[in-house]
Design a protein around this ligand. Structure first.
Ligand SMILES: Nc1ncnc2c1ncn2[C@@H]1O[C@H](COP(=O)(O)OP(=O)(O)OP(=O)(O)O)[C@@H](O)[C@H]1O
Length: 228
């Protein structure tokens, strides 16, 4: 579970100070899905960076299961990221000279598995995104949605608890968007992931169980789940 308390992120650029996030309080439960939307520059990417331990808040705390990410030494934070948090970005960031399978395997390198274990897990991950038969293909031979599905397999091959996605369908056309977002939602449900996704896709926002809107660094959450 994520617990954010009073999270402020302040950037300094030249003589200017920018509060990208201002006093954000937010809880994201294990297995929950949070969809984030909002205008350009509102703070969406900054919030994902805080959740992923890619950057530290200027004030406040980001706790994952009670551990304040900002207090972890860099090596432990890197280990947490490589074991427990999967990232998908707008661009697939695949390595052009590696096959789909080899690209997925790269996520397992920090985890100390044998080459055979890496190969087996990466093959399984490609199967789960429907690309087993393309495992030997280089990224250039794949379509945009196939490349993004490889990126999803790379994010999930280590079986993380958390999946963070920053406009994962932003570079795709409408049909591919639905396919990739449908895949992410299916994997979220099947694997009990904690899934936080920034998207401008209004259909995804409409069906989100919780929808966060970020404007000028402030977060408002709309909870559509039935009261228990
Ligand atoms: N490294 C940085 N240095 C200085 N300012 C930054 C930095 N990163 C983000 N900002 C500023 O912080 C604010 C929030 O940026 P952020 O990228 O989080 O917004 P966003 O909602 O993701 O926007 P977009 O939809 O355009 O990606 C913006 O004013 C941005 O210019």
């Amino acid at each position: 579970m994520y617990t954010l308390t009073g999270v402020t992120k302040r950037y300094r650029r030249g003589g200017e100070t920018i509060d990208a996030l201002t006093g954000v309080d937010l809880v994201i439960e294990d297995g929950g899905q949070l969809v984030i939307q909002g205008p350009a520059g509102g703070g969406k990417t900054t919030l994902l960076q805080m959740l992923g331990g890619l950057d530290r808040p200027t004030e406040g705390s980001v706790e994952l299961d009670g551990t304040d990410l900002a207090l972890l030494p860099e090596a432990r934070l890197a280990r947490l990221r490589s074991e427990s948090i999967g990232f998908v970005f707008r661009t697939d960031n695949l390595i052009p000279s590696l096959t789909a399978l080899e690209n997925v395997e790269t996520a397992l390198v920090p985890l100390g598995l044998t080459a055979a274990q890496r190969r087996q897990q990466a093959t399984g991950a490609l199967e789960s995104v429907g690309l087993a038969e393309h495992r030997g293909a280089l990224p250039a031979a794949l379509s945009g949605s196939q490349r993004q599905r490889v990126a999803v397999a790379r994010a999930l091959v280590k079986r993380p608890r958390v999946l963070l996605a920053d406009e994962p369908t932003g570079d795709l056309d409408a049909a591919d968007r639905d396919e990739v977002m449908g895949l992410l939602e299916r994997l979220w449900r099947e694997r009990g992931l904690t899934f936080v996704v920034v998207t401008h896709d209004s259909a995804v926002a409409r069906r989100a169980p919780r929808l966060a809107t970020i404007r000028k660094g402030r977060v408002a959450v709309e909870d559509r789940r039935p009261a228990v």
